[in-house]
Design a protein around this ligand. Structure first.
Ligand code: NAD
Length: 298
């Protein structure tokens, strides 16, 4: 069993760390927030006083941090993890961050003789708790093979998407499809209702026809149609609108950087900005139908 460092023991990080502990790995962990430190200590993580302290005897270090700026500040520069770690340490950044920062950090890891993967996840807190996350992995084949046994403890589907940053690229491209398609489904169901269509009858038709898509089938925004949908729980997430907003903004930053035209992605990002700025970030992302129907405040 290995000694593993873990930084970022929040909603996702703590249950992921717990799954590593459960199979017998020993974990040294760090988080900035005292409540997260206490919860981690109670779970059996040996909580250390500073980020670099997780490195002592660590074969691998997992990070699960909010955004690119946190990842850069933890990893990069002379005071960062990459400078302080023993050469050959394996780094797994599971945070969802911008592709450009991810590739910069990969570059520094390689220059300092470490193996690194970016491995953003889907599956949410429930998937983290159950150890059923999907990991979308970018990095060299050798780093991927080293990381795979750890990823298999925390997740069920482990996909190597290619070189540095490609895990992040896969995650934001997938979620751009999801955001756009949720808005399309919401518009169609709202229009159908105005035209006098019963939503369930429309679902029975469209879900078996060419309008069918994952958002319609699994996260249908109209209550009472699909059992798994957050619409049946007053739009409690699920996948929070604030998270969708974050991922859509990342997709637009990447599109701008790469010179790619994503007009529908830009429109989806703008609609989620309006929705989240109106105080709805904590609702499930499917609740955007309420704004489209014109009754977001009801
Ligand atoms: P969170 O805010 O609950 O946890 C992040 C933790 O990182 C916090 O406890 C924070 O204190 C800690 N942190 C911040 N800076 C730090 C630093 N310098 N050193 C150590 N710890 C630091 O967020 P989360 O929901 O766990 O999400 C983590 C990542 O996973 C994000 O990138 C998010 O986009 C992604 N993600 C989340 C979900 C979800 O459903 N929550 C799903 C998929 C992906």
């Amino acid at each position: 069993m290995a000694r593993i460092g873990f930084l970022g023991l929040g909603n996702m990080g703590l249950p992921m760390a717990r799954n590593l502990l459960n199979v017998g790995h020993s974990l040294a962990g760090f988080d900035l927030v005292p409540a997260a430190q206490e919860a981690a200590a109670a779970a059996g993580v040996s909580v250390v006083a500073a980020p670099a302290d997780v490195l002592s005897d660590a074969e691998a270090v997992v990070t699960m941090l909010p955004a690119g700026e946190h990842v850069r500040s933890v990893y990069a520069g002379d005071g960062g993890l990459l400078a302080q770690a023993a050469p050959g340490t394996l780094f797994l950044d599971c945070s969802t961050i911008d592709v450009a920062t991810s590739r910069d950090v990969h570059g520094e890891a390689a220059a300092r003789g470490h193996d690194m993967i970016d491995a953003p996840v889907s599956g949410g807190v429930a998937g983290a708790e159950a150890g059923t996350l999907t990991f979308m992995v970018g990095g060299e084949g050798k780093a991927f093979e080293r990381a795979k046994p750890l990823l298999e403890i925390m997740g069920r589907n482990i996909v190597h998407a290619g070189g540095a940053g490609n895990g992040q690229a896969a995650k934001i491209c997938n979620n751009m499809i999801l955001g756009i398609s949720m808005i399309a489904v919401s518009e169609a169901f709202a229009l159908g209702q105005k035209l006098g269509l019963d939503p369930k009858a429309f679902f029975d038709i469209s879900s078996a026809a060419s309008g069918s898509c994952w958002a319609m089938l699994n996260h249908n925004p109209v209550p009472g149609i699909v059992e798994t949908s957050a619409a049946n729980r007053d739009y409690q997430p699920g996948f929070a609108a604030a998270m969708m907003h974050k991922d859509l903004k990342l997709s637009q930053a990447a599109a701008s950087h790469a010179g790619a035209a994503t007009p529908l992605g830009a429109e989806a990002a703008a609609l989620y900005t309006i929705f989240v700025n109106a105080g709805n970030g904590g609702l499930d992302y499917s609740a955007i139908i309420k704004m489209i129907q014109g009754n977001a405040d009801k």
